[in-house]
Design a protein. Structure first.
Length: 147
């Protein structure tokens, strides 16, 4: 199953009561990732969503000088939000004056062991869908992606 069709399926499941403001004619033209994400967002607010957890927003803060992007939530916070049923979203935050485009996405996987923690997001970077991974030493750390 492709990312596009997976997102459409997720949006259909979440929007089962047709709460989205997107008109039916434009809900998922060509399995649009953007329209699917809009439908998901229309059904959730920061105060909680219909499946219990709401949306948990994570920002990737870019530091070009250091050549890395750091998450603004700890690995433990992200894992807890996911376990509570939240949809974990991702957005990049660039240094002021930067002309980079926005990167948005959602949590794909969490993997951890005794001395590592890896968080992966499926993201849309300028129209290209890819996997963006962040690593840390443990749950209390802020995971980092090397640019």
């Amino acid at each position: 199953m492709s990312i596009n069709s997976s997102l459409v399926k997720l949006a259909d499941k979440i929007d089962s009561e047709n709460k989205s403001d997107i008109t039916p004619d434009y809900i998922n033209p060509n399995n649009s990732i953007e329209k699917s994400l809009e439908r998901i967002a229309d059904n959730y607010s920061s105060s909680g969503g219909s499946t219990g957890g709401g949306v948990f927003a994570v920002n990737g803060v870019v530091n070009i000088g250091e050549g890395q992007m750091s998450l603004d939530k700890t690995c433990g916070e992200i894992k807890a939000a996911y376990k509570q049923g939240s949809i974990v979203t991702f957005n990049t935050v660039y240094e002021e004056g930067s002309d980079y485009g926005a990167t948005v996405g959602y949590l794909a996987t969490i993997d951890s062991g005794s001395d590592y923690f890896q968080i992966n997001f499926i993201v849309n970077m300028g129209g290209a869908i890819s996997l963006l991974y962040f690593e840390a030493s443990g749950e209390n750390d802020y995971a980092v992606h090397q640019l």
